[in-house]
Ligand binder design. Sequence first.
Ligand SMILES: *[C@@H]1O[C@H](CO)[C@@H](O)[C@H](O)[C@H]1NC(C)=O
Length: 135
Amino acid sequence: MNRVTIALFIFAVIATCEGIYWDTIHLEIVNYLDPPSDVIIHCKSGDDDLGIHQLPRNGTFGFHFKPAVFTGTLFDCSFVWPLHIEWFDIYVHLRDECDHCTWRIKATGPCMYQDMTKQFDLCYPWNKKKKKLAS
Ligand SMILES: *[C@@H]1O[C@H](CO)[C@@H](O)[C@H](O)[C@H]1NC(C)=O
C-alpha cells in the first residue's frame, strides 16, 4: 500500500468507528390513499425501529436522522391498509437527493415531491414482496 492508500484506510477506519454523518434528513410521509383509508406504517433502519403508526387519510408521519457516511442509511417501511401489505425503501442515500423528503403514499406506490417541478411526480413501484403471507 502506498502512503495515500494507507492514509485513506486509516481515515476510513476512524470514520467508521467514530461515526461520521451527513447533514440531517427530514422525511415526511403523507397518506394519500384513494379511496381514503387509514394506513399503518412501520419504518426501520439497521439501527432504529420507528414503531408502528396509524395514519388517517391526509395524516402525516415525520422523522429525522443523520445518515452515516460509510455505511449509508436505509429506511425500509411496511404499509398496511385493507387488503394490502406493501414495502418500500423510503430512504436510500444514493437514490434520494432531498434533505426535506416528502412522500405521498398512493395505492400504486409512493411519490416524492420534487423541487424542480413543485409536484409529487417522482413515483416508484412498491418493493417486490419479501415473503408470502400465510394463507
Ligand atoms: C384530504 O385533503 C384534501 C385537500 O385538503 C381534501 O380535499 C380531502 O377532503 C381530505 N380528505 C380527507 C378524507 O380528509
